[in-house]
Design a protein. Structure first.
Length: 520
């Protein structure tokens, strides 16, 4: 018995605190919910972007036509289709069209992802078909036998007037299973190469079609689409909105402009901190995740809206814990497991810890994704059989530190390793340093998180070109991995144990910044 070392009280609390409610999910295929809105409210606006709109009926028709095209291209359930786009109405047509074929979409921001990353994604996910936008098509890497389709060019079959319940001629009706892939998200890996995480329909529907993950979204709501499509929280914005019949407000360059007309915001704390609550009087629900949320930010928004502080890595499907925050609460916590999910606080031997003790959080239940593409070693390291749920269930090692409060709330206490969040994206600091050490003449590099939006790197010896170093990182890794400053040093400071003194490096960075400010 995996709990026998605990007292009877702690055994009871382990089950009580760690298990979310058991809830029925209306449909394990989230795009079916979108199709139902297209049938029942075809004239409702599904999305708007810079003055253009598309109704649910139009979205469904265009997605059907696209799905039929993809099937003719050979796309089948279980396949992966690239969605290399920018925020736009064609983006959501592409996303829904892919899901209608039974394939999983693989999102990348075509204007931000470096060529090396796009090539790695195509190769790893085997995206034989990539959907993109015409002006960016030249950036899509196309190995032999691969095909790019521009979403903003006319499809071979252009839908005409019809009844809302009609289907396009030849529209696919694939047999999609709940455990088939819904999307593949690429996270930054320890080698500097992103890892592809396959997230299933069951995973996604379990969050978006139950509460509180559904955020109470309903027709008449306006959900701002603020985030990079390559970030899993964008799936919460897009599919969370469309599955509940609301209007997706796709932003342009001005984040605040989209937020001002929205009623629901889903964002990282960094993004949310740039939005003035006073300018958003219609916002009634806010959810944040992706990085620790500052208490003042939570308190400020919670005074005017239902504010959910959430946590969960990509591998546990966007978020797997949520808490509605009250400014009067003594702590800002990440709450409890969402429905049909579990969270365990375990020691280094994977044994449950008593309430109040700090350990590593492992996640179980329907949130646990299908694993990494083509990386058996990493799968074995991060996924394990779940001894608490039993059967063939698995749990995921989050590498987040946490502890339970007496009343069953989870406190998030940081990471177990040097993996950090910058602008809401996961970054392996060692992967950035590894790229820097490939720069000619660089013998050693160290990268640290300076603040929520910036990394700072130190290279040695002192004659390494910092501009070349930053360009090398920009060419190899996503934009959020590029350090704001690269500081060349003759030697890197060490602790008395012979390790790099990271605190001394951060102090040095602050001193350099202060000196630059004085010079200006």
């Amino acid at each position: 018995m995996p709990l026998r070392h605990l007292t009877p009280r702690d055994q009871h609390l382990f089950r009580q605190h760690g298990h979310g409610p058991t809830v029925a999910v209306p449909d394990p295929l989230v795009h079916h919910a979108v199709e139902r809105w297209a049938a029942s409210a075809p004239h409702s606006v599904a999305a708007e972007h810079l003055g253009a709109t598309i109704t649910y009926g139009e979205l469904d028709r265009y997605a059907d036509a696209l799905a039929a095209r993809l099937v003719r291209e050979g796309v089948r359930p279980g396949d992966h289709v690239g969605l290399f786009v920018r925020r736009s109405i064609p983006m959501i047509v592409g996303l829904l069209g892919i899901l209608k074929t039974g394939a999983a979409y693989v999102p990348q921001d075509i204007a931000l992802a470096p060529p090396a990353q796009l090539a790695h994604v195509v190769r790893t996910a085997r995206t034989r078909v990539v959907l993109t936008l015409a002006e960016h098509a030249h950036r899509v890497p196309l190995p032999d036998g691969h095909r790019a389709i521009a979403l903003d060019e006319p499809l071979p079959y252009v839908p005409g007037p019809r009844r809302a319940t009609d289907k396009e001629p030849g529209a696919p009706r694939p047999h999609v299973r709940p455990d088939d892939g819904c999307y593949v998200l690429f996270t930054s890996g320890t080698t500097g190469r992103p890892n592809g995480v396959k997230v299933t329909h069951r995973n996604v529907a379990n969050l978006l079609l139950t509460q509180p993950g559904g955020l109470g979204i309903r027709p008449g709501d306006r959900v701002a689409q603020l985030l990079n499509i390559a970030f899993d929280m964008a799936a919460w914005e897009i599919l969370g909105c469309l599955a509940h019949g609301a209007t997706l407000v796709i932003r342009g360059k001005d984040i605040a402009a989209a937020a001002r007309t929205a009623t629901v915001l889903i964002a990282t704390p960094t993004v949310l901190s740039g939005i003035d609550p006073a300018a958003c009087p219609r916002v009634h629900t806010v959810a944040v995740a992706g990085e620790p949320c500052p208490r003042p930010l939570a308190d400020r928004w919670a005074t005017q809206a239902a504010f959910f502080n959430c946590c969960g890595p990509t591998e546990t499907t966007i978020v797997n814990t949520m808490r509605r925050h009250d400014p009067a609460d003594p702590l800002l916590t990440i709450g409890r497991p969402t429905p049909n999910n579990t969270v365990y606080v375990l020691d280094a031997d994977r044994r449950p810890l008593p309430v109040g003790e700090v350990g590593e959080m492992w996640a179980g239940g329907d949130c646990v994704s299908a694993g990494y593409l083509g990386d058996d070693r990493l799968n074995a390291e991060r996924y394990a059989p779940d001894p608490f749920l039993g059967g063939d269930r698995r749990m995921f090692r989050t590498r987040d530190l946490g502890r339970w409060t007496d009343d069953g709330e989870l406190e998030h206490l940081g990471r177990t390793d040097d993996q950090v969040k910058v602008r809401g994206f996961r970054v392996e600091l060692d992967s950035v340093s590894s790229v820097l050490e490939s720069v000619e003449g660089c013998a050693r590099a160290v990268t640290l998180k300076r603040d929520a939006r910036n990394l700072v790197s130190f290279v040695c010896p002192a004659d390494v070109d910092p501009d070349e170093a930053r360009r090398t990182v920009a060419d190899a890794l996503p934009y959020y991995c590029v350090p704001s400053d690269v500081l060349p040093l003759a030697v890197l400071p060490e602790t008395d144990r012979g390790k790099i003194d990271k605190q001394a490096l951060l102090r040095l960075a602050e001193e350099r910044t202060a000196l630059q400010g004085v010079a200006r």
